[in-house]
Design a protein around this ligand. Structure first.
Ligand SMILES: [Zn+2]
Ligand SMILES: [Zn+2]
Length: 540
Protein backbone atom coordinates (compact mmCIF):
# COMPACT_ATOMS: atom_id res chain seq x y z
CA UNK A 1 0.00 0.00 0.00
CA UNK A 2 1.72 3.04 -1.25
CA UNK A 3 -0.03 5.50 1.05
CA UNK A 4 0.89 3.82 4.35
CA UNK A 5 4.49 3.19 3.30
CA UNK A 6 4.77 6.81 2.09
CA UNK A 7 3.40 8.05 5.39
CA UNK A 8 5.85 5.87 7.30
CA UNK A 9 8.79 7.13 5.27
CA UNK A 10 8.00 10.72 6.27
CA UNK A 11 7.64 9.96 9.99
CA UNK A 12 10.37 11.21 12.30
CA UNK A 13 10.96 9.82 15.80
CA UNK A 14 8.82 7.49 17.89
CA UNK A 15 5.11 7.47 17.00
CA UNK A 16 1.93 6.98 18.97
CA UNK A 17 -1.04 5.93 16.82
CA UNK A 18 -4.43 6.32 18.49
CA UNK A 19 -8.12 6.04 17.98
CA UNK A 20 -11.04 5.80 20.35
CA UNK A 21 -14.64 4.79 20.18
CA UNK A 22 -17.84 5.24 22.14
CA UNK A 23 -19.08 1.74 23.08
CA UNK A 24 -22.68 2.59 22.27
CA UNK A 25 -23.79 -0.67 20.73
CA UNK A 26 -23.05 -3.37 18.20
CA UNK A 27 -20.10 -2.72 15.89
CA UNK A 28 -21.10 -2.34 12.26
CA UNK A 29 -18.78 -3.58 9.59
CA UNK A 30 -18.21 -0.06 8.22
CA UNK A 31 -16.73 1.06 11.52
CA UNK A 32 -13.89 -1.43 11.09
CA UNK A 33 -12.28 0.62 8.33
CA UNK A 34 -10.66 2.99 10.83
CA UNK A 35 -9.10 0.28 12.99
CA UNK A 36 -7.77 -1.55 9.90
CA UNK A 37 -6.19 1.70 8.65
CA UNK A 38 -4.73 2.31 12.11
CA UNK A 39 -3.21 -1.16 12.15
CA UNK A 40 -1.70 -0.81 8.68
CA UNK A 41 -0.12 2.55 9.58
CA UNK A 42 1.37 0.90 12.67
CA UNK A 43 2.72 -2.03 10.64
CA UNK A 44 4.18 0.34 8.02
CA UNK A 45 5.93 2.44 10.70
CA UNK A 46 7.35 -0.63 12.41
CA UNK A 47 8.57 -1.96 9.05
CA UNK A 48 10.59 1.28 8.77
CA UNK A 49 12.17 0.53 12.15
CA UNK A 50 10.22 3.35 13.85
CA UNK A 51 9.28 2.71 17.47
CA UNK A 52 5.49 2.77 17.40
CA UNK A 53 2.77 2.39 20.02
CA UNK A 54 -0.78 1.57 18.97
CA UNK A 55 -3.44 2.73 21.43
CA UNK A 56 -7.18 2.28 21.36
CA UNK A 57 -9.48 4.14 23.71
CA UNK A 58 -12.95 3.38 24.93
CA UNK A 59 -14.86 6.62 25.59
CA UNK A 60 -17.06 5.01 28.17
CA UNK A 61 -17.94 8.08 30.23
CA UNK A 62 -19.92 9.31 27.22
CA UNK A 63 -23.63 9.49 28.01
CA UNK A 64 -26.06 6.75 27.04
CA UNK A 65 -28.02 8.44 24.25
CA UNK A 66 -29.57 5.57 22.27
CA UNK A 67 -32.43 3.72 23.86
CA UNK A 68 -32.68 0.94 21.26
CA UNK A 69 -30.82 -1.54 23.42
CA UNK A 70 -32.46 -0.65 26.73
CA UNK A 71 -35.51 -2.34 28.19
CA UNK A 72 -38.50 0.08 28.46
CA UNK A 73 -38.29 0.28 32.27
CA UNK A 74 -34.59 1.23 32.09
CA UNK A 75 -34.94 4.13 29.64
CA UNK A 76 -35.96 6.89 32.09
CA UNK A 77 -33.29 5.80 34.60
CA UNK A 78 -30.36 5.06 32.26
CA UNK A 79 -30.59 7.57 29.40
CA UNK A 80 -27.95 10.25 30.00
CA UNK A 81 -25.85 8.22 32.44
CA UNK A 82 -22.25 7.38 31.52
CA UNK A 83 -22.09 4.16 29.51
CA UNK A 84 -19.65 2.82 32.11
CA UNK A 85 -22.39 3.15 34.76
CA UNK A 86 -25.23 1.55 32.77
CA UNK A 87 -25.79 -2.15 33.55
CA UNK A 88 -24.95 -4.80 30.95
CA UNK A 89 -28.17 -5.26 28.92
CA UNK A 90 -27.18 -8.85 28.11
CA UNK A 91 -27.33 -9.87 31.77
CA UNK A 92 -24.42 -9.96 34.15
CA UNK A 93 -21.65 -11.15 31.82
CA UNK A 94 -19.86 -7.78 32.08
CA UNK A 95 -19.56 -5.04 34.69
CA UNK A 96 -21.39 -2.50 32.50
CA UNK A 97 -22.99 -1.69 29.18
CA UNK A 98 -19.68 -0.15 28.08
CA UNK A 99 -17.64 -3.21 29.04
CA UNK A 100 -20.09 -5.49 27.23
CA UNK A 101 -19.99 -3.62 23.92
CA UNK A 102 -16.36 -2.60 24.31
CA UNK A 103 -15.57 -6.30 24.78
CA UNK A 104 -17.39 -7.17 21.55
CA UNK A 105 -15.37 -4.75 19.47
CA UNK A 106 -12.09 -5.73 21.11
CA UNK A 107 -12.88 -9.34 20.10
CA UNK A 108 -13.69 -8.25 16.54
CA UNK A 109 -10.41 -6.31 16.32
CA UNK A 110 -8.42 -9.28 17.59
CA UNK A 111 -10.09 -11.49 14.98
CA UNK A 112 -8.87 -9.05 12.32
CA UNK A 113 -5.27 -9.21 13.53
CA UNK A 114 -5.50 -5.77 15.17
CA UNK A 115 -3.81 -5.92 18.55
CA UNK A 116 -3.29 -2.50 20.14
CA UNK A 117 -0.46 -2.34 22.66
CA UNK A 118 -2.99 -0.99 25.11
CA UNK A 119 -6.73 -0.42 25.38
CA UNK A 120 -7.58 2.42 27.72
CA UNK A 121 -10.95 3.16 29.28
CA UNK A 122 -11.80 6.76 30.11
CA UNK A 123 -13.75 5.53 33.16
CA UNK A 124 -10.40 4.22 34.48
CA UNK A 125 -8.42 7.34 33.59
CA UNK A 126 -10.59 10.14 35.05
CA UNK A 127 -10.59 8.75 38.64
CA UNK A 128 -6.75 8.66 38.65
CA UNK A 129 -6.69 12.45 38.33
CA UNK A 130 -4.72 12.23 35.06
CA UNK A 131 -7.35 14.35 33.29
CA UNK A 132 -7.47 17.01 36.05
CA UNK A 133 -4.82 19.31 34.52
CA UNK A 134 -6.83 19.42 31.27
CA UNK A 135 -10.08 20.01 33.13
CA UNK A 136 -8.40 22.96 34.86
CA UNK A 137 -7.03 24.36 31.58
CA UNK A 138 -10.45 23.99 29.95
CA UNK A 139 -12.25 25.77 32.80
CA UNK A 140 -9.64 28.55 33.04
CA UNK A 141 -9.90 28.96 29.28
CA UNK A 142 -13.71 28.74 29.10
CA UNK A 143 -14.02 32.08 27.28
CA UNK A 144 -11.40 30.99 24.75
CA UNK A 145 -13.16 27.64 24.22
CA UNK A 146 -16.47 29.41 23.57
CA UNK A 147 -14.68 31.72 21.13
CA UNK A 148 -13.12 28.69 19.33
CA UNK A 149 -16.55 27.07 18.93
CA UNK A 150 -17.86 30.35 17.51
CA UNK A 151 -14.92 30.89 15.16
CA UNK A 152 -14.27 27.34 13.97
CA UNK A 153 -17.72 25.78 13.98
CA UNK A 154 -20.13 28.73 14.17
CA UNK A 155 -21.56 27.26 17.37
CA UNK A 156 -22.73 29.81 19.94
CA UNK A 157 -22.64 28.62 23.54
CA UNK A 158 -24.28 30.79 26.26
CA UNK A 159 -21.88 33.18 28.04
CA UNK A 160 -22.09 31.18 31.27
CA UNK A 161 -21.42 27.83 29.53
CA UNK A 162 -18.24 26.10 30.70
CA UNK A 163 -16.66 23.16 28.83
CA UNK A 164 -17.32 20.44 31.38
CA UNK A 165 -20.02 17.84 32.14
CA UNK A 166 -20.46 16.96 35.78
CA UNK A 167 -21.76 13.50 36.66
CA UNK A 168 -24.83 14.54 38.66
CA UNK A 169 -24.28 13.43 42.28
CA UNK A 170 -28.06 12.99 42.67
CA UNK A 171 -29.22 11.10 39.54
CA UNK A 172 -25.88 9.96 38.11
CA UNK A 173 -26.52 11.47 34.66
CA UNK A 174 -23.77 13.20 32.71
CA UNK A 175 -25.67 14.09 29.55
CA UNK A 176 -28.07 16.44 31.35
CA UNK A 177 -25.68 18.70 33.29
CA UNK A 178 -24.30 22.11 32.48
CA UNK A 179 -21.54 23.98 34.31
CA UNK A 180 -22.24 27.69 34.67
CA UNK A 181 -19.46 28.89 36.99
CA UNK A 182 -15.92 28.05 38.14
CA UNK A 183 -14.15 29.47 41.20
CA UNK A 184 -10.77 27.87 40.63
CA UNK A 185 -11.52 24.80 42.78
CA UNK A 186 -15.21 24.05 42.33
CA UNK A 187 -17.76 24.36 39.55
CA UNK A 188 -21.41 25.29 39.80
CA UNK A 189 -23.52 22.75 37.91
CA UNK A 190 -27.20 22.40 37.02
CA UNK A 191 -28.81 19.03 36.14
CA UNK A 192 -31.51 20.24 33.76
CA UNK A 193 -34.71 18.41 32.83
CA UNK A 194 -34.66 20.05 29.38
CA UNK A 195 -30.97 20.32 28.42
CA UNK A 196 -31.28 17.50 25.87
CA UNK A 197 -34.33 15.84 24.33
CA UNK A 198 -33.16 12.27 24.88
CA UNK A 199 -32.66 12.36 28.64
CA UNK A 200 -34.23 14.21 31.57
CA UNK A 201 -32.12 15.69 34.34
CA UNK A 202 -33.26 15.65 37.97
CA UNK A 203 -33.12 19.41 38.59
CA UNK A 204 -30.43 19.43 41.28
CA UNK A 205 -27.68 22.04 41.27
CA UNK A 206 -24.77 23.21 43.40
CA UNK A 207 -21.03 23.71 43.84
CA UNK A 208 -18.84 20.60 43.39
CA UNK A 209 -15.20 19.73 42.80
CA UNK A 210 -14.87 18.61 39.15
CA UNK A 211 -11.72 16.53 39.74
CA UNK A 212 -10.88 12.87 40.19
CA UNK A 213 -13.70 11.43 38.13
CA UNK A 214 -16.58 13.71 39.24
CA UNK A 215 -16.87 15.21 35.75
CA UNK A 216 -15.78 14.67 32.18
CA UNK A 217 -14.76 17.00 29.37
CA UNK A 218 -17.12 17.37 26.39
CA UNK A 219 -16.08 15.26 23.42
CA UNK A 220 -14.00 17.81 21.48
CA UNK A 221 -12.00 18.71 24.56
CA UNK A 222 -11.67 15.12 25.76
CA UNK A 223 -10.30 14.17 22.34
CA UNK A 224 -7.69 16.96 22.39
CA UNK A 225 -6.80 16.10 26.01
CA UNK A 226 -6.23 12.45 25.04
CA UNK A 227 -3.68 13.63 22.46
CA UNK A 228 -1.73 15.54 25.14
CA UNK A 229 -2.10 12.90 27.84
CA UNK A 230 -1.00 10.02 25.59
CA UNK A 231 1.40 11.88 23.29
CA UNK A 232 -0.56 10.95 20.16
CA UNK A 233 1.22 11.73 16.87
CA UNK A 234 -1.07 10.06 14.32
CA UNK A 235 -4.84 9.71 14.52
CA UNK A 236 -6.88 8.91 11.41
CA UNK A 237 -10.54 9.81 11.52
CA UNK A 238 -13.67 9.33 9.46
CA UNK A 239 -14.68 11.83 6.82
CA UNK A 240 -17.79 12.82 8.80
CA UNK A 241 -15.54 14.18 11.56
CA UNK A 242 -12.98 15.67 9.15
CA UNK A 243 -15.23 18.24 7.42
CA UNK A 244 -14.44 21.96 7.65
CA UNK A 245 -15.66 23.23 11.02
CA UNK A 246 -16.36 19.67 12.09
CA UNK A 247 -15.27 17.78 15.14
CA UNK A 248 -11.66 17.37 14.09
CA UNK A 249 -11.20 21.08 13.30
CA UNK A 250 -12.60 22.02 16.71
CA UNK A 251 -10.38 19.55 18.55
CA UNK A 252 -7.34 20.64 16.52
CA UNK A 253 -7.95 24.28 17.51
CA UNK A 254 -8.52 23.33 21.17
CA UNK A 255 -5.31 21.27 21.17
CA UNK A 256 -3.27 24.23 19.88
CA UNK A 257 -4.91 27.10 21.73
CA UNK A 258 -6.10 25.59 25.02
CA UNK A 259 -3.73 22.69 25.66
CA UNK A 260 -0.74 24.19 23.79
CA UNK A 261 0.14 21.18 21.64
CA UNK A 262 0.14 20.48 17.90
CA UNK A 263 -2.65 18.02 17.02
CA UNK A 264 -1.66 14.63 15.56
CA UNK A 265 -1.46 13.92 11.85
CA UNK A 266 -4.91 13.14 10.44
CA UNK A 267 -5.53 10.48 7.79
CA UNK A 268 -9.17 11.12 6.86
CA UNK A 269 -10.96 8.09 5.51
CA UNK A 270 -14.18 7.57 3.61
CA UNK A 271 -17.15 5.38 4.44
CA UNK A 272 -18.07 1.88 3.48
CA UNK A 273 -21.45 1.99 1.77
CA UNK A 274 -23.43 -1.21 2.07
CA UNK A 275 -25.93 -1.47 -0.74
CA UNK A 276 -25.74 2.31 -1.24
CA UNK A 277 -26.33 3.13 2.43
CA UNK A 278 -23.70 4.90 4.47
CA UNK A 279 -22.45 2.68 7.25
CA UNK A 280 -21.68 4.36 10.51
CA UNK A 281 -21.70 3.19 14.07
CA UNK A 282 -24.41 5.44 15.40
CA UNK A 283 -27.15 4.85 12.84
CA UNK A 284 -27.71 1.29 14.00
CA UNK A 285 -28.41 -0.12 10.55
CA UNK A 286 -26.62 -2.42 8.20
CA UNK A 287 -24.58 -5.48 8.81
CA UNK A 288 -23.10 -6.15 12.23
CA UNK A 289 -19.38 -6.81 12.06
CA UNK A 290 -19.65 -10.15 13.80
CA UNK A 291 -22.20 -11.48 11.30
CA UNK A 292 -20.20 -10.26 8.28
CA UNK A 293 -17.18 -11.99 9.84
CA UNK A 294 -18.99 -15.32 9.44
CA UNK A 295 -19.08 -14.96 5.67
CA UNK A 296 -15.93 -12.90 5.03
CA UNK A 297 -12.78 -14.28 6.71
CA UNK A 298 -10.42 -11.75 8.29
CA UNK A 299 -7.91 -11.48 5.47
CA UNK A 300 -10.58 -10.84 2.86
CA UNK A 301 -12.26 -8.32 5.20
CA UNK A 302 -8.96 -6.47 5.67
CA UNK A 303 -8.54 -6.60 1.89
CA UNK A 304 -12.01 -5.09 1.36
CA UNK A 305 -10.93 -2.05 3.38
CA UNK A 306 -7.37 -1.81 2.05
CA UNK A 307 -7.80 -2.20 -1.69
CA UNK A 308 -8.97 1.43 -2.19
CA UNK A 309 -7.02 4.34 -0.72
CA UNK A 310 -8.49 5.72 2.54
CA UNK A 311 -10.01 8.74 0.77
CA UNK A 312 -12.07 6.56 -1.57
CA UNK A 313 -15.52 5.40 -0.53
CA UNK A 314 -16.18 1.67 -0.71
CA UNK A 315 -19.38 0.41 -2.30
CA UNK A 316 -20.23 -3.06 -1.11
CA UNK A 317 -23.53 -4.82 -1.57
CA UNK A 318 -23.20 -8.39 -0.32
CA UNK A 319 -26.86 -9.44 -0.22
CA UNK A 320 -28.23 -11.37 -3.18
CA UNK A 321 -25.16 -10.50 -5.28
CA UNK A 322 -21.78 -11.91 -6.28
CA UNK A 323 -19.96 -9.21 -4.30
CA UNK A 324 -18.52 -11.69 -1.82
CA UNK A 325 -17.26 -14.23 -4.43
CA UNK A 326 -15.81 -11.28 -6.39
CA UNK A 327 -14.00 -10.07 -3.27
CA UNK A 328 -12.38 -13.50 -2.91
CA UNK A 329 -11.49 -13.54 -6.62
CA UNK A 330 -9.82 -10.14 -6.30
CA UNK A 331 -7.90 -11.27 -3.24
CA UNK A 332 -6.74 -14.35 -5.16
CA UNK A 333 -5.71 -12.19 -8.11
CA UNK A 334 -3.60 -9.97 -5.83
CA UNK A 335 -2.07 -13.10 -4.28
CA UNK A 336 -1.26 -14.57 -7.69
CA UNK A 337 0.32 -11.32 -8.88
CA UNK A 338 2.35 -11.09 -5.66
CA UNK A 339 3.54 -14.65 -6.29
CA UNK A 340 4.75 -13.49 -9.71
CA UNK A 341 2.06 -15.27 -11.70
CA UNK A 342 0.43 -13.61 -14.66
CA UNK A 343 -3.07 -12.31 -13.91
CA UNK A 344 -5.90 -10.97 -16.04
CA UNK A 345 -6.86 -7.32 -15.88
CA UNK A 346 -5.28 -4.22 -14.40
CA UNK A 347 -3.78 -4.15 -10.94
CA UNK A 348 -3.37 -1.02 -8.87
CA UNK A 349 0.24 -0.13 -8.12
CA UNK A 350 1.17 -1.27 -4.67
CA UNK A 351 -0.84 -4.50 -5.05
CA UNK A 352 1.94 -6.33 -3.28
CA UNK A 353 1.65 -4.09 -0.21
CA UNK A 354 -2.14 -4.39 -0.28
CA UNK A 355 -1.80 -8.17 -0.20
CA UNK A 356 0.86 -8.05 2.54
CA UNK A 357 -1.20 -5.73 4.75
CA UNK A 358 -4.29 -7.89 4.22
CA UNK A 359 -2.57 -10.84 5.88
CA UNK A 360 -3.58 -11.51 9.46
CA UNK A 361 -0.07 -12.11 10.73
CA UNK A 362 2.12 -8.98 10.54
CA UNK A 363 5.25 -11.13 10.22
CA UNK A 364 3.82 -13.71 7.81
CA UNK A 365 6.04 -15.14 5.05
CA UNK A 366 4.46 -13.07 2.27
CA UNK A 367 5.94 -15.11 -0.59
CA UNK A 368 4.68 -18.38 0.89
CA UNK A 369 1.25 -16.89 1.56
CA UNK A 370 1.02 -15.54 -1.99
CA UNK A 371 1.99 -18.90 -3.48
CA UNK A 372 -0.50 -20.93 -1.40
CA UNK A 373 -3.19 -22.77 -3.38
CA UNK A 374 -6.58 -21.10 -2.94
CA UNK A 375 -9.68 -22.69 -4.50
CA UNK A 376 -12.01 -20.19 -6.19
CA UNK A 377 -14.84 -19.27 -3.84
CA UNK A 378 -17.60 -19.66 -6.43
CA UNK A 379 -16.26 -23.09 -7.33
CA UNK A 380 -16.39 -24.17 -3.68
CA UNK A 381 -19.91 -22.81 -3.37
CA UNK A 382 -20.92 -25.13 -6.22
CA UNK A 383 -19.00 -28.16 -4.96
CA UNK A 384 -20.70 -27.84 -1.58
CA UNK A 385 -24.06 -28.22 -3.29
CA UNK A 386 -23.17 -31.38 -5.15
CA UNK A 387 -24.03 -34.46 -3.11
CA UNK A 388 -21.29 -36.96 -2.42
CA UNK A 389 -18.32 -34.77 -3.32
CA UNK A 390 -15.21 -35.00 -1.13
CA UNK A 391 -14.18 -31.37 -1.38
CA UNK A 392 -10.61 -31.86 -0.16
CA UNK A 393 -9.93 -34.72 -2.58
CA UNK A 394 -11.42 -32.71 -5.44
CA UNK A 395 -9.37 -29.61 -4.66
CA UNK A 396 -6.19 -31.67 -4.30
CA UNK A 397 -6.86 -33.19 -7.72
CA UNK A 398 -7.14 -29.67 -9.15
CA UNK A 399 -3.97 -28.55 -7.43
CA UNK A 400 -2.22 -31.71 -8.62
CA UNK A 401 -0.70 -32.46 -5.23
CA UNK A 402 -1.66 -32.73 -1.57
CA UNK A 403 -2.63 -29.51 0.17
CA UNK A 404 -0.21 -28.19 2.77
CA UNK A 405 -1.43 -27.63 6.34
CA UNK A 406 -1.77 -23.93 5.59
CA UNK A 407 -3.72 -24.68 2.38
CA UNK A 408 -6.01 -27.05 4.28
CA UNK A 409 -6.68 -24.25 6.79
CA UNK A 410 -7.46 -21.84 3.93
CA UNK A 411 -9.79 -24.46 2.41
CA UNK A 412 -11.61 -24.99 5.73
CA UNK A 413 -12.04 -21.25 6.17
CA UNK A 414 -13.39 -20.86 2.64
CA UNK A 415 -15.74 -23.83 2.96
CA UNK A 416 -17.24 -22.28 6.11
CA UNK A 417 -17.52 -18.89 4.38
CA UNK A 418 -19.11 -20.42 1.26
CA UNK A 419 -21.68 -22.26 3.39
CA UNK A 420 -22.53 -19.03 5.22
CA UNK A 421 -22.78 -17.24 1.88
CA UNK A 422 -25.15 -19.87 0.45
CA UNK A 423 -27.25 -19.70 3.63
CA UNK A 424 -27.61 -15.96 3.86
CA UNK A 425 -26.33 -13.97 0.91
CA UNK A 426 -26.16 -15.88 -2.38
CA UNK A 427 -28.41 -14.93 -5.31
CA UNK A 428 -30.79 -17.61 -6.55
CA UNK A 429 -28.65 -18.10 -9.66
CA UNK A 430 -25.86 -19.43 -7.44
CA UNK A 431 -28.07 -22.08 -5.92
CA UNK A 432 -27.63 -25.35 -7.60
CA UNK A 433 -30.31 -27.93 -8.14
CA UNK A 434 -28.72 -30.34 -10.57
CA UNK A 435 -31.37 -32.58 -12.02
CA UNK A 436 -29.49 -35.82 -11.71
CA UNK A 437 -32.18 -38.42 -12.29
CA UNK A 438 -33.10 -37.58 -15.83
CA UNK A 439 -32.76 -34.96 -18.52
CA UNK A 440 -35.01 -32.12 -17.32
CA UNK A 441 -38.26 -31.61 -19.22
CA UNK A 442 -37.13 -28.05 -19.96
CA UNK A 443 -34.36 -29.53 -22.13
CA UNK A 444 -37.06 -30.12 -24.76
CA UNK A 445 -36.40 -26.49 -25.64
CA UNK A 446 -32.84 -27.25 -26.76
CA UNK A 447 -32.31 -26.28 -30.40
CA UNK A 448 -30.49 -28.53 -32.91
CA UNK A 449 -27.39 -26.28 -32.87
CA UNK A 450 -27.26 -26.46 -29.07
CA UNK A 451 -27.48 -30.25 -29.24
CA UNK A 452 -24.68 -30.35 -31.80
CA UNK A 453 -22.59 -28.25 -29.38
CA UNK A 454 -23.30 -30.78 -26.59
CA UNK A 455 -22.03 -33.59 -28.80
CA UNK A 456 -18.89 -31.64 -29.73
CA UNK A 457 -18.21 -30.69 -26.11
CA UNK A 458 -18.62 -34.33 -25.07
CA UNK A 459 -16.18 -35.44 -27.75
CA UNK A 460 -13.68 -32.75 -26.78
CA UNK A 461 -13.82 -33.75 -23.11
CA UNK A 462 -13.27 -37.39 -24.03
CA UNK A 463 -10.16 -36.37 -25.98
CA UNK A 464 -8.71 -34.51 -22.95
CA UNK A 465 -10.31 -34.07 -19.56
CA UNK A 466 -10.40 -30.42 -18.50
CA UNK A 467 -9.04 -29.96 -15.01
CA UNK A 468 -10.78 -27.24 -13.00
CA UNK A 469 -13.37 -24.63 -13.80
CA UNK A 470 -11.24 -22.43 -16.03
CA UNK A 471 -10.33 -25.38 -18.26
CA UNK A 472 -13.98 -26.40 -18.54
CA UNK A 473 -14.92 -22.82 -19.35
CA UNK A 474 -12.30 -22.78 -22.11
CA UNK A 475 -13.58 -26.11 -23.48
CA UNK A 476 -17.13 -24.69 -23.60
CA UNK A 477 -15.97 -21.62 -25.50
CA UNK A 478 -13.91 -23.74 -27.92
CA UNK A 479 -16.76 -26.13 -28.76
CA UNK A 480 -19.20 -23.24 -29.14
CA UNK A 481 -16.78 -21.55 -31.53
CA UNK A 482 -16.42 -24.75 -33.57
CA UNK A 483 -20.17 -24.78 -34.05
CA UNK A 484 -20.40 -20.99 -34.57
CA UNK A 485 -22.81 -20.97 -31.63
CA UNK A 486 -22.91 -17.75 -29.59
CA UNK A 487 -21.43 -18.47 -26.13
CA UNK A 488 -24.63 -17.26 -24.49
CA UNK A 489 -26.61 -19.97 -26.30
CA UNK A 490 -24.02 -22.58 -25.34
CA UNK A 491 -24.32 -21.66 -21.64
CA UNK A 492 -28.10 -21.65 -21.89
CA UNK A 493 -27.97 -25.17 -23.37
CA UNK A 494 -25.85 -26.40 -20.46
CA UNK A 495 -28.21 -24.86 -17.89
CA UNK A 496 -31.22 -26.45 -19.62
CA UNK A 497 -29.58 -29.88 -19.76
CA UNK A 498 -28.28 -29.89 -16.17
CA UNK A 499 -30.52 -27.50 -14.20
CA UNK A 500 -33.71 -27.38 -16.26
CA UNK A 501 -33.56 -23.59 -16.46
CA UNK A 502 -31.92 -21.00 -18.68
CA UNK A 503 -29.55 -19.37 -16.21
CA UNK A 504 -27.09 -20.51 -13.58
CA UNK A 505 -23.64 -20.13 -12.08
CA UNK A 506 -20.52 -19.98 -14.25
CA UNK A 507 -21.00 -22.99 -16.54
CA UNK A 508 -17.35 -24.11 -16.47
CA UNK A 509 -17.35 -24.26 -12.69
CA UNK A 510 -20.73 -25.99 -12.71
CA UNK A 511 -19.46 -28.81 -14.93
CA UNK A 512 -16.13 -28.97 -13.10
CA UNK A 513 -17.98 -29.49 -9.83
CA UNK A 514 -19.87 -32.52 -11.16
CA UNK A 515 -18.67 -36.07 -11.65
CA UNK A 516 -17.19 -36.26 -15.16
CA UNK A 517 -18.91 -39.55 -16.10
CA UNK A 518 -22.25 -37.97 -15.22
CA UNK A 519 -21.43 -34.84 -17.23
CA UNK A 520 -20.52 -36.91 -20.32
CA UNK A 521 -23.62 -39.09 -20.02
CA UNK A 522 -25.83 -36.02 -19.69
CA UNK A 523 -24.18 -34.22 -22.62
CA UNK A 524 -24.63 -37.32 -24.75
CA UNK A 525 -28.22 -37.69 -23.68
CA UNK A 526 -28.96 -34.05 -24.48
CA UNK A 527 -27.13 -34.33 -27.80
CA UNK A 528 -28.58 -37.74 -28.69
CA UNK A 529 -32.05 -36.50 -28.06
CA UNK A 530 -31.74 -34.40 -31.21
CA UNK A 531 -31.02 -37.46 -33.36
CA UNK A 532 -34.07 -39.40 -32.27
CA UNK A 533 -36.22 -36.29 -32.18
CA UNK A 534 -35.00 -35.28 -35.63
CA UNK A 535 -35.88 -38.76 -36.93
CA UNK A 536 -39.40 -38.13 -35.72
CA UNK A 537 -39.46 -34.86 -37.60
CA UNK A 538 -38.70 -32.54 -34.67
CA UNK A 539 -38.72 -32.39 -30.88
CA UNK A 540 -41.83 -34.01 -29.44
ZN1 LIG B 1 -22.02 -8.68 28.78
ZN1 LIG C 1 -29.34 14.88 38.20
Amino acid sequence: MDWADELAQKAVGPQVVNDSKTPSGTVHVGSLRGPVILDVITRALRAQGIQTTLLYGVDDLDPMDAQALLTPDAIEREMGRPLAHVPDPAGDCHASYARHFGGIFIDVFAGLGINPDRYYWMSDIYPTGAMDPYIRLALDGAALVREIYRRVANVQHPERWHPLSVICPTCGKVGTTMVTDWDGERVFFECRPDLVTWARGCGSSGWISPFGGAAKLPWNLEWAAQWSLLGVTIEPCGKDLSTAGGSRDRSDAIAREVFGREPPLNVPYEFLNIGGRKMSTSKGRGAAAHSIAEVIPPEQLRFLFLRPRPNQAIEFDPEGTDAIPRLFDEFDRFAAATAGREVKGELSPGYEATFRYSLLDPVADVAAEAAAFRPAFAHLALLLQVPGVDVTTRIEAEKGSLLTDRELAILDERVAAARAWLDGYAPDAARLAVQRDALPAAADALGPEQRRFMADLSAAVRRGSPLGGDAWQAAIFASAATDALPARRAFEGIYLAFLGRTSGPRAGWLLASLDQAFVLARLDEAAGFVASAAADGGPA
